[in-house]
Write a protein that binds this ligand. Structure first.
Ligand SMILES: Nc1nc2c(ncn2[C@@H]2O[C@H](COP(=O)(O)OP(=O)(O)OP(=O)(O)O)[C@@H](O)[C@H]2O)c(=O)[nH]1
Ligand SMILES: [Mg+2]
Length: 219
């Protein structure tokens, strides 16, 4: 999977794709970036470039675009946002500007409106996936055996329930466990993170293919 990710090329010769992490406060967006950064690095230590906070207080206040390095810069960027408070969302025009690469690190992303997560993406043909983080907190056996993620009936039920509430197919909900208290890499955490990143990059390329097709149809 590392090979796939390192060799990943965005569809239609695009330079890179932007992956935007959106979601409520404290759900693990910054930790997800740190987990990817860790599993793609050659060091054994867990990386913490993005500050991660608590579950109740907003930690990330500034928008940040992260590039990941392997032997060379990888062909995707992770865009980390401030968390969304209940009943609020990030304006659709900001989301679209971020995905188009027009918003740079340091921007203070506004939050307003009611939470309308799935809607803008359906309209604009932008792929979306749900990362179901903290599976280790919700399912006892996963505290110490994260490799059992896909064997757990509790995980399966949660995936089905989230898919239903977001109006997405079950395959779009990805169980995840981020690095949090660990100081050293663990193979099974890395495998789950790489697997999820592979799904994300696949969806990004599907979306690019649709966008290119739509552009061609308009010409
Ligand atoms: N056990 C466990 N804890 C996690 C996981 N992901 C994140 N955490 C913890 O949850 C807390 C919040 O994580 P963050 O990564 O700061 O969450 P965030 O979504 O970036 O939060 P905001 O920036 O405030 O919106 C931290 O204490 C993390 O260590 C996970 O998969 N498992
Ligand atoms: Mg954060």
């Amino acid at each position: 999977m590392r090979g796939f990710i390192k060799n990943y090329k965005p569809f239609a010769g695009k330079e890179h794709v932007n992956i935007l992490l959106l979601g409520p406060i404290g759900t693990g967006k910054s930790s997800f970036f740190n987990t990817l950064d860790t599993c793609l690095s050659s060091s054994d230590a867990v990386k913490r470039r993005a500050g991660a906070g608590s579950e109740t207080h907003s930690y990330t206040t500034m928008f940040h675009v992260y590039r990941l390095e392997s032997e060379e810069t990888l062909k995707f960027r992770i865009c980390d946002c401030r968390g969304i408070e209940s009943a609020r969302s990030i304006p659709t025009e900001d989301v679209l500007a971020i995905l188009d690469g027009h918003i740079k690190s340091g921007y203070e992303v506004r939050t307003s409106y009611k939470y309308t997560f799935p809607r803008f993406t359906c309209q604009d043909d932008i792929g979306q996936l749900v990362l179901l983080s903290k599976t280790d907190q919700c399912v006892k056996v996963l505290e110490s055996q994260i490799h059992k993620t896909f064997l757990s009936t509790d995980v399966k039920k949660s995936v089905e329930s989230f898919a239903h509430s977001f109006g997405l197919p079950v395959s779009s909900v990805l169980p995840m466990k981020n690095y949090c208290t660990e100081v050293l890499k663990q193979t099974e955490v890395d495998i789950l993170a790489l697997f999820n990143l592979k799904q994300i990059l696949g969806v990004a390329n599907d979306s690019l293919a649709n966008l290119v097709e739509n552009d061609d149809d308009e010409d």
